[in-house]
Unconditional design. Structure first.
Length: 156
C-alpha cells in the first residue's frame, strides 16, 4: 500500500469543513442546478458514506471476509432529513472520523491492505480498494460542491 493514498485520505479530512465555511443556510440549501443535491445534501451524503466506509474498512481489518452491505444513497438523502441537519457538524464528524480511521490505517502492515470482504453488490473488495474508492468518492463530490459554490457567487 502506498503511503500517499493514506496521506490523501487524511488530507481530505480538513478540506470539508473549510469548503462550506461562509455559506448561509439558504446557500447550503440552494439548488443552483435543478434536480441535483444541494451543498447541504452533498455534505450529509459524504459524511454518511464515509462513516459507512470506515465501518467497512474496520470490518475488513478485524474480521475474516466480512459481508459488506450496500446502501441506497437516495433513500438516505430523502428519509434522513438531510435538508434539516447541521452541515457544519456533519463536516466536523467527517473530519474526526477520517482522523481516527487514518490513525488505524497508518498502523497497519502493508499486507493488511490485501485483506478483503464481500460486498453484497460488488463482490470481493480489498481494504486497498475501499480506501482508494473513498478518496475518489470525496474528490468526486468536492467537484460538485465547488461548482455549486461558483454558481452561487461564492467560489472557493
Amino acid at each position: 500500500m502506498e503511503q500517499a493514498i493514506i496521506d490523501e485520505y487524511l488530507r481530505q479530512a480538513s478540506v470539508f469543513p473549510a469548503a462550506i465555511k461562509g455559506l448561509s443556510a439558504a446557500e447550503l440549501n440552494a439548488h443552483p442546478i435543478p434536480h441535483t443535491w444541494s451543498i447541504r445534501q452533498i455534505v450529509l451524503h459524504v459524511m454518511d458514506s464515509d462513516l459507512i466506509a470506515s465501518d467497512r474498512m474496520k470490518r475488513v481489518i478485524a474480521e475474516d471476509n466480512p459481508t459488506l452491505i450496500g446502501f441506497d444513497e437516495s433513500a438516505f438523502a430523502s428519509n434522513l432529513f438531510y435538508d434539516h441537519l447541521d452541515a457544519a457538524m456533519a463536516a466536523e464528524v467527517f473530519a474526526k472520523n477520517r482522523l481516527l480511521t487514518a490513525a488505524i490505517l497508518n498502523r497497519l502492515p502493508a499486507t493488511a491492505f490485501l485483506r478483503a470482504g464481500t460486498h453484497n453488490q460488488r463482490g470481493r473488495v480489498t481494504l486497498e480498494e475501499l480506501l482508494k474508492l473513498y478518496v475518489q468518492h470525496f474528490d468526486h463530490h468536492m467537484k460538485f460542491l465547488k461548482h455549486k459554490r461558483q454558481l452561487l457567487g461564492k467560489p472557493l
